[in-house]
Design a protein around this ligand. Structure first.
Ligand code: GLN
Length: 312
């Protein structure tokens, strides 16, 4: 067995244990009522290497919805469906320094064009670019793509979280209508929102995230099946956004403290990768004031610093 995986298996339980207390500093997301049911102190992680060897610890078997982590893969699918020119005529490439659901910069620079595909405005725009003849077909294509990437045919939507967000997503609804009003969002707004809420509500565990991240770590090819799932250039774009915008307005600090491409979600999930070597899935539902997992970041800082994994 790989020496590094052996070290990780030995150290992980201790690192998880010492990171859990940090969750008490944060809060579980409640603006989507269904998310508030998650356990405050849960923390789990799975790391998967290119040989298929795992290291897991804590509540790694817990299921949670992908939320904003899904934005990485809908961007990828939109790029594969439409090409770079079309996608980047609708969404920018720059970090905002604002909260994930901020509308502040939507009127700046190119009016109505979201700054990047990972803030909610940009991700809603990306959802509108997914090909398919109906809202159901588009959502089904996204789920099918995620199943392939996670190598897990059992992935499904969490209907309760989906409906909870559909009913309470007033801010996202106003963002989508704003984009429509500016003439930059095509199609029926409510249909686009359903596609967006649908992919945010896909249920995963840490192993699913680790496998999906491993495909990006290996430039688009699943090293365990040998299948090329994403073109190299598209992976390069996704990983760059993960580095510059993946943790929203905490991306700079995360780059300094952890130094790995990553993407967070409000359910407390974090997907990260070590290029060419590991896919990583983390869950820790208690969030800091930037909407990222409080204990999850603490844990990734420890691991990356101990293993000297920063890409910088
Ligand atoms: N579904 C969530 C929302 O739109 C995703 C946000 C997030 O995970 N940061 O608010």
């Amino acid at each position: 067995m790989n020496i590094e995986i052996e070290k990780l298996r030995k150290q992980l339980p201790e690192w998880v244990k010492s990171s859990v207390p940090h969750s008490s500093a944060g809060k579980v997301a409640s603006y989507i009522p269904e998310l508030a049911k998650a356990s405050h102190d849960a923390l789990g992680i799975t790391l998967l290497n290119t040989k298929g060897e795992f290291a897991s610890a804590g509540n790694f078997e817990m299921c949670f919805t992908m939320q904003s982590i899904s934005k990485v893969y809908t961007l990828i699918l939109a790029l594969m469906d439409n090409g770079e020119d079309k996608v980047f005529s609708k969404v920018g490439m720059e970090p905002t320094g604002d909260n994930f659901n901020s509308m502040l910069k939507l009127e700046l620079v190119r009016p109505g064009i979201p700054f990047n595909p990972f803030i909610n405005a940009g991700a809603i725009m990306v959802s509108s670019l997914i090909h398919g003849s109906s809202q159901q077909e588009k959502s089904e294509r996204i789920l099918q793509f995620f199943k392939e990437l996670a190598n897990n045919n059992n992935l499904k939507h969490d209907e309760d979280v989906f409906h909870s967000e559909l009913e309470s997503g007033h801010l996202n609804r106003s963002i989508a209508y704003f984009l429509k009003g500016n003439g930059v969002l095509d199609g029926d707004v409510e249909e686009v929102l359903q596609i967006y809420f649908c992919h945010c509500s896909i249920l995963v565990n840490c192993a699913d995230l680790a496998r999906m991240a491993l495909v990006l770590a290996c430039d688009g090819t699943d090293p365990l099946t040998g299948k090329e799932l994403i073109p190299h250039r598209v992976v390069q774009i996704a990983k760059t956004f993960m580095t510059t915008c993946g943790m929203y307005n905490a991306s700079g600090e995360f780059a300094i403290q952890v130094g790995l491409p990553a993407k967070s979600g409000v359910s407390g999930g974090i997907l990260a990768l070590v290029p060419g070597r590991y896919g990583i899935g983390v869950i820790g539902p208690s969030l800091n004031d930037k909407g990222n997992s409080q204990a999850g970041i603490e844990l990734l800082e420890k691991i990356s610093q101990e293993m000297k994994w920063s890409i910088f």
